[in-house]
Ligand binder design. Structure first.
Ligand code: CP
Length: 348
């Protein structure tokens, strides 16, 4: 398909893109991956372009894949620590000479560069579900250059792109692939839900047979679930929810167990503002761990996926994440290629 309509667009959630567009992004990502592998120069794609990266939270993969990706495309990625600039803030959250209104920051950066990428979830927005999405959407409203979501409290679209790219590489396509996104135990309840939400959006958009597994109390956003049901109807795939970890894994081609926080962690009206209640739900489900006996329930060609960082010995055992079925480093690597594709198409 023609991709010149991609130029200038934001990449905040996959819900704003359609299946054909995502397939085009994946095709370009695979081509860029091939060119990177043989060291075919491609620094002519974004010469002299600048991406401003604002990280309210920590990161290994996201920061380094965007930064390396911009360098390889011929541009530059500039890291901005919100604590070392005037922290971008929405009206009502401003503190004199400590913060700067998002609308002002966005318009300043848009005069100097070609894209703004933001990561924001959890503590910086005081665990108000949707608070970080509001920050990112406000940036996007005021900046007339592409806004890239590097993970907010609802979506992590670049992780999801890398995930489905990895599935495409491992299984050759999406039809008939059983993709199980499951909750898993972690000692930390401070876990965003952007990864599972974007993963099930991407997997169902691409037409996989998607199962979302979690204990009661770990429900995801109703709007996301409705979107997944809609994609399943459109593509001929399927979407189911299970509260049974082991049953969900039977016959799975993709086993993707990962912790996310319980609903009570968020502030009302979404949650109860109770980290203690969230902790109780976590503690009641410590047996949601991916060990080899769980992998043995899956398809014999199943792959183990995780966005990383993983909580080893809690979400997954070492023998699984370090074992032959694990594709976690392919996923991490594919962040680079998927993001380069989006940047090339939107910032070119
Ligand atoms: N998967 C992921 O987004 O990793 P980082 O938190 O290290 O960026």
């Amino acid at each position: 398909m023609k991709t010149d309509t991609f130029r200038g667009r934001d990449f905040i959630t996959l819900l704003d893109w359609n299946k054909e567009e995502v397939e085009s992004i994946l095709d370009l990502a695979l081509d860029l991956k091939r060119r990177f592998a043989i060291r075919e120069p491609h620094s002519h794609i974004l010469p002299d372009r600048t991406l401003f990266m604002v990280f309210y939270n920590q990161s290994l993969r996201t920061r380094n894949s965007f930064e390396a990706g911009m360098t390889q495309l011929g541009g530059h990625a500039h890291f901005l620590d919100p604590g070392k600039i005037y922290t971008p803030a929405l009206p009502g959250k401003e503190v004199a000479y400590s913060t700067e209104r998002v609308s002002d920051v966005a318009r300043v950066l848009a005069r100097m560069g070609d894209g703004i990428a933001i990561r924001c979830y959890g503590d910086p927005v005081d665990w108000v579900y949707g608070g970080a999405t509001e920050v990112i959407q406000n940036f996007a409203y005021w900046a007339d250059i592409p806004l890239l979501n590097m993970e907010d409290d609802k979506y992590h679209p670049f992780q999801a792109l890398a995930d489905v790219l990895t599935v495409k590489e491992k299984f050759g396509g999406f039809s008939g692939v059983k993709f199980v996104m499951s909750w898993a135990y972690s000692p930390s309840v401070h876990k965003p839900r952007a990864v599972p939400q974007s993963a099930i959006i991407a997997a169902s958009m691409m037409g996989m047979d998607v199962v979302l597994a979690h204990p009661e109390g770990m429900e995801l956003d109703d709007e996301v679930l409705e979107s997944c049901e809609g994609y399943a109807d459109q593509t001929g795939g399927s979407f189911e929810i299970s509260n049974d970890f082991k049953d969900a894994m039977r016959g799975a081609h993709v086993v993707y167990p990962k912790a996310w926080t319980a609903t009570p962690m968020f502030k009302p009206p979404v949650g109860e503002d109770s980290a203690e209640k969230a902790q109780e739900i976590f503690d009641a489900n410590k047996d949601w761990i991916c060990d080899q006996s769980v992998m043995d329930l899956a398809h014999r060609e199943a792959v183990y996926m995780h966005c990383l960082p993983a909580d080893r010995s809690f979400e997954v055992t070492d023998d699984v994440i370090d074992g032959p079925q694990s594709v976690v480093f392919d996923e991490a690597e594919n962040r680079l290629h998927a993001q380069k594709a989006v940047m090339a198409l939107t910032m070119g």
